[in-house]
Design a protein around this ligand. Structure first.
Ligand code: FE2
Length: 386
């Protein structure tokens, strides 16, 4: 088990020391959402976030009980799935949680071994190793439950040449808005209930072989009114990072508690997607109607040169432009990072997105937590949930 640290100045190379290799992960394969209306959600992700039509399965491809649209932008693959009848567990999931992330799929070389190694260590099975085949080859998938009703599906696709998975057809569409420069998933955050963070930290350590490489307690993550605690879990090669949050006591309601109340349980809180030009990406997202949290006060931007110190020399972005777009800046020993957070993308105040550009920094924007949470509290206030 990795030693816990209270600082963001902690290099990724340390991760390799404590991580275990019984579960080699090649990357995030896809993220699947269960939603109320996949057709309309797909339109939103194309129009607002610049995702491209990739694959489809539904009535036209012989599937009678559900429909799925697969969207792609560089290495990011999203799947939007809706039930086609009232008895489907997909519909039950949406009834309970609203639209949300069901599957965080992980790309592996051997799905059967991934399932065996994790269930042997205590994971609850969601899907036994299953071979799926079509004219483009075969895929093996297997799944386990993680926090809430969320699952990890291991995807072994080395013998597959098709557009997504067996059973999916290429989705050819006349409506193709341009991408906005989103590249890959940097991290995905899970919210869990009161006192459950350490349970899930231990679960990721013992079941998945992950290490806890950063910790933030409620003394770090708090404002005048609310607080939370967070521990960042990473796999051995650092490609998969899952911070786990739990609420902490404050004068008013924690944003994590608001999430748990509306999602009716633990679940994925935000997906951080990387870009290498956050100014251009955010300009385009704003023009396409994506709503972001409001900017911190002007003094936040005046303090950036002090906060960045040495790293100011390598900073190419214009601070006035960052302020205009409400982009946040943070730094650690190795560099700086730029980040911004959307408002929730569903009616329930649950899942949102982070857009992040890393310029050497490996942290998660701890220096921005206060400004960020004050901005979230302004939204909670409007919702009557603070
Ligand atoms: Fe994040």
């Amino acid at each position: 088990m990795a030693k816990e640290v209270k600082s963001v100045e902690y290099g990724l190379e340390k991760i390799f020391e404590g991580a275990q290799d019984f579960l080699p992960l090649l990357g995030t394969d896809y993220v699947e959402f269960y939603v109320g209306n996949a057709k309309q959600a797909a339109h939103y992700y194309k129009t607002a976030f610049g995702f491209q039509s990739c694959a489809y399965s539904g009535l036209e491809t012989g599937v009678r009980d559900k429909v799925s649209y697969v969207l792609k932008q560089d290495k990011i693959r999203l799947v939007l799935t809706t039930a086609l009848n009232s008895t489907s567990p997909i519909g039950e999931h949406v009834k309970k949680h609203g639209d949300g992330v069901k599957v965080i799929a992980l790309w592996v070389d051997d799905a059967k071994s991934a399932w065996e190694e994790t269930t042997k260590r205590g994971a609850k099975s969601f899907m036994e190793p299953t071979l799926e085949r079509d004219e483009n080859g075969e895929v093996v998938r297997a799944g386990i439950y993680t926090y809430g009703e969320t699952v990890h599906i291991f995807v072994e696709r080395k013998n597959y040449k098709g557009v997504f998975l067996p059973g999916f057809t290429e989705w050819i569409c006349d409506y193709n808005p341009s991408p906005v420069g989103l590249k890959y998933i940097d991290h995905m955050v899970g919210n869990v209930g009161w006192g459950e963070m350490n349970t899930w930290v231990k679960w990721y350590e013992s079941v998945m072989g992950f290490v806890n490489f950063l910790s933030f307690d409620d003394k770090t993550i708090h404002t005048e009114y609310s607080a939370l605690m967070s521990k960042v879990m990473s796999n051995g090669n650092g490609r998969i990072k899952f911070p786990i949050n739990e609420p902490a006591k404050g004068k008013k309601k924690s944003q994590i508690e608001e999430y748990i109340d509306f999602y009716e349980g633990g679940g994925c809180q935000h997906i951080a997607v990387a870009t290498d030009n956050i100014i251009e990406t955010v300009k385009q997202l704003r023009a396409r109607g994506v709503e972001f949290l409001s900017a911190p006060p002007h003094t936040y931007y005046q303090e950036i040169p002090n906060r960045l110190g040495e790293h100011m020399k390598m900073m190419k972005e214009d601070i006035a432009e960052l302020e205009k777009l409400a982009i946040l800046v943070d730094a650690d020993e190795e560099g700086y990072l730029l980040q911004i957070f959307t408002k929730p993308v569903e009616d329930r105040p649950t899942l949102f997105y982070e857009i992040i550009q890393r310029m050497g920094a490996k942290g998660f924007g701890a220096g921005n937590f206060k400004a960020l949470f004050e901005s979230i509290e302004r939204e909670q206030e409007k919702r009557g949930t603070l």
